[in-house]
Design a binder for this molecule. Structure first.
Ligand code: GRF
Length: 219
């Protein structure tokens, strides 16, 4: 059975979706470790409820990002994961870290990448007057939110959308579906990172997969 290490900083809604999909067999893997950069991350309670080993690597205990990422990599490696899933992990990673886990490192980002990298993506989409918004699962590269995109879900921006309404819809209708699906593909060996390209079932993706490509059990 493959093992996933999930990295969190916050509420852990994506973590919960991953735990559920592993528990019911949709992802052929188990969550072997949950690691947070904050001892007070509410998501750690979700790890505890699922009896998954958890650890905290606090940024404040380190002098800089380099030493933090060395400690983080050591904590991850201790659980010997096949896959590392960043799930609302709010730290920028060093090239050393990204290289070390290359091809096994996925992130979920709440925008239609390459639009709106970084923070406050829902606010940015509304401010830009975007007709569509969504979320993306991508392999992690050294560039922030810049790695090759695997799967994106889209939603129409409505005239009465507020930042929080849009955030809720992106989370529930998109993020909690697309991340477990992408992790299932990776765990099955159907998804392979090839530099800045993604191979899915042996073919290079010309464009990210979409909600229509989700398997029925992930819809
Ligand atoms: C999600 O919107 C994720 O895409 C972003 O941070 C948020 C984390 O939420 N990177 P949660 O911790 O999964 O509830």
């Amino acid at each position: 059975m493959k093992k996933i290490a999930v990295l969190i900083s916050g509420q852990g809604r994506n973590l919960q979706a991953i735990l559920d999909a592993c528990a019911d067999g949709r992802i052929p893997a188990q969550v072997g470790a949950v690691i947070s950069d904050r001892a007070d991350a509410p998501g750690l309670k979700k790890a505890a409820s699922a009896s998954v080993p958890q650890s905290v690597v606090s940024y404040a205990d380190h002098t800089d990002r380099g030493t933090f990422c060395v400690s983080l990599a050591a904590a991850i490696s201790a659980s010997k994961p096949d896959i590392i899933a960043l799930a609302g992990f709010m730290r920028v990673l060093t090239p050393y870290f990204v290289e070390r886990f290359s091809g096994r490192l996925l992130n979920i980002h709440p925008s239609l990448l390459p639009k709106h990298r970084g923070l406050h993506t829902h606010r940015a989409a509304l401010a830009a007057g975007d007709a569509e918004h969504g979320a993306s699962v991508h392999f992690v590269s050294a560039e922030l939110d810049g790695g090759p995109v695997v799967l994106q879900g889209r939603t129409r921006v409505r005239s009465d959308d507020t930042e929080s309404r849009l955030a809720e819809r992106v989370m529930h209708d998109i993020e909690l579906k697309i991340y477990p699906q992408a992790l299932a593909w990776l765990a099955r060996g159907e998804l392979v990172q090839d530099g800045m390209q993604v191979r899915y079932r042996g073919r290079v993706l010309k464009a990210p997969l979409g909600l229509d490509d989700l398997e029925p059990e992930f819809r």
